[in-house]
Design a protein around this ligand. Structure first.
Ligand code: ADP
Ligand code: ASP
Ligand code: MG
Length: 414
């Protein structure tokens, strides 16, 4: 008998019919003798709907109130799932984040989990209950409800699994595992039976929304055995078969790992590029530009500074699209008076496409193959960044699908 955590995403919880399928699946695991904790998301579309209501009232909502609103989606889900399990004859009890409690910091809309009190959950498990805990949310030191950022239920589930020292955390979603790239963009994408933790971390951080990046960080830190698998199969399929399906995140490279140099292609459409043209190329210029941006709490991703020309240079960086205006405002108000640049401009018609693979460590020529492939499609590269196991480029948004498909083919992933 093991303690198992299941996480179900929005599509998996998308209707009362699907919720009843989730209940059948969970009941099957429970009957097999496992102690079960289930972490569901809000029903699909619900979080968007709730945040949309807030935006009907104001363009600049108080983040604390946004969390108060958004967190209700998961509260509905856990209650419905508890009822569905009870209907199956399974003892079940649901909790919101604050009831557990899942303690977080106070960074509303992107809070980080600090600790999880497992007393109540353990007691219920000991009494034979399936325990259902809202994903996506927690409570801060002041007693306010917080949320963990979009896709945050993944992180809730892995964190709960870590806190309870669960045997495994199973992330059930609307695809049957982690693919070489998003199968919605490239129908020829292939499911990976295993992916290393490092590769999954890069894929998630570079935009593969199949797992929220923080969930992967948690999984790595606490070595939580994590698997991504489908919630859309017949809920009554053989448990052993189900337990081996999907994609396992592994913490060691082993001989059975697929020997591909590139494991996957990720893309991110959530970034925007800011260019500051004609700045004096003097020591400290990067700091004078990015210091105020950081102080405004805007995260910066890629940065490039061009070679200098007559003592002047151009400086570009990317930020989240939602923060483009905020960053431009800061630059105009605080930076421009100091640096007197020729022009400050923003471009949100860009995307970042990345190739990821631990095989890159031992192979040369991946970058040139990537650039050659993009050139053959007539796609101009605006920015480049690399790490040991990934290469990312910024290109025009309209070429994203073309780039992903061309790279998928060029690296033999189909
Ligand atoms: P959930 O609601 O279950 O959390 P998400 O929509 O957050 O589901 O994540 C699953 C989606 O992630 C898939 O439907 C797929 O379109 C997308 N996705 C992006 N990259 C990948 C990838 N490499 N492998 C599998 N799915 C991916
Ligand atoms: N419901 C939240 C969202 O839509 C959390 C999640 O689905 O993981 O972002
Ligand atoms: Mg998700």
């Amino acid at each position: 008998m093991s303690l198992i955590v299941h996480k179900y995403g929005g599509t998996s919880m998308g209707s009362t019919e699907r919720i009843q399928n989730v209940a059948r699946r969970v009941a099957k695991w429970h009957r097999a003798g496992h102690q079960m904790v289930v972490v569901p998301s809000a029903m699909s579309g619900e979080t968007n709907r709730l945040l949309g209501l807030a935006r009907e009232i104001t363009d600049n909502p108080d983040p604390r109130e946004l969390d108060q609103i958004a967190a209700t989606g998961e509260q509905v889900s856990v209650g419905l799932l508890a009822l569905a399990l009870q209907k199956q004859g399974v003892k079940a009890r649901s909790y919101t984040g604050w009831q557990v409690p899942v303690r977080t910091n106070s960074a509303y809309t992107k809070a980080r989990i600090e600790s999880i009190d497992d007393a109540r959950v353990r007691e219920d498990l000991g009494n034979g209950y399936v325990v259902i805990i809202t994903g996506f949310q927690g409570i801060d030191g002041a007693g306010s409800i917080t949320t963990l950022g979009r896709g945050g239920s993944d992180t809730s589930a892995v964190a709960v699994a870590a806190a309870l020292k669960a045997e495994e955390c199973l992330i059930y979603t609307d695809v049957d595992g982690v693919y070489t790239t998003d199968p919605r963009i490239e129908p020829d994408a292939r499911r990976l039976a295993k992916i290393t933790f490092e590769e999954m971390l890069e894929m998630a951080s570079l935009g593969s929304k199949v797992l929220q990046i923080r969930s992967v960080e948690f999984a790595g830190k606490y070595k939580v055995k994590t698997r991504v698998l489908s919630s859309l199969t017949d809920p009554d399929i053989d448990l052993q078969e189900e337990a081996q399906s999907g994609t396992l995140i592994t913490y060691e490279e082993d001989d059975t790992m697929e020997q591909a140099v590139i494991s996957g292609i990720a893309f991110n459409r959530d970034e925007a590029k800011i260019t500051i043209a004609g700045v004096p190329d003097k020591p400290g210029v990067a700091y004078r530009i990015l210091g105020p941006v950081a102080q405004a709490n805007v995260d910066v991703d890629m940065i490039i500074q061009n070679a200098s020309h007559d003592g002047m240079t151009d400086f570009s960086f990317t930020v989240h699209r939602n923060e483009l205006q905020k960053a431009l405002d800061v630059l105009q108000a605080k930076v421009q008076p100091e640096i007197n640049a020729r022009e400050i401009s923003g471009d949100n018609q860009i995307c970042k496409v990345s190739v990821v693979g631990i095989g890159m460590r031992s192979h040369v020529g991946i970058a040139s193959q990537m650039f050659e492939t993009l050139a053959a499609e007539g796609i101009n590269i605006q920015m480049i960044s690399t790490s040991e196991i990934k290469i990312s480029v910024v290109i025009a948004d309209k070429y994203m699908e073309l780039a992903v498909r061309a790279l998928h083919k060029a690296f033999g992933l189909s």
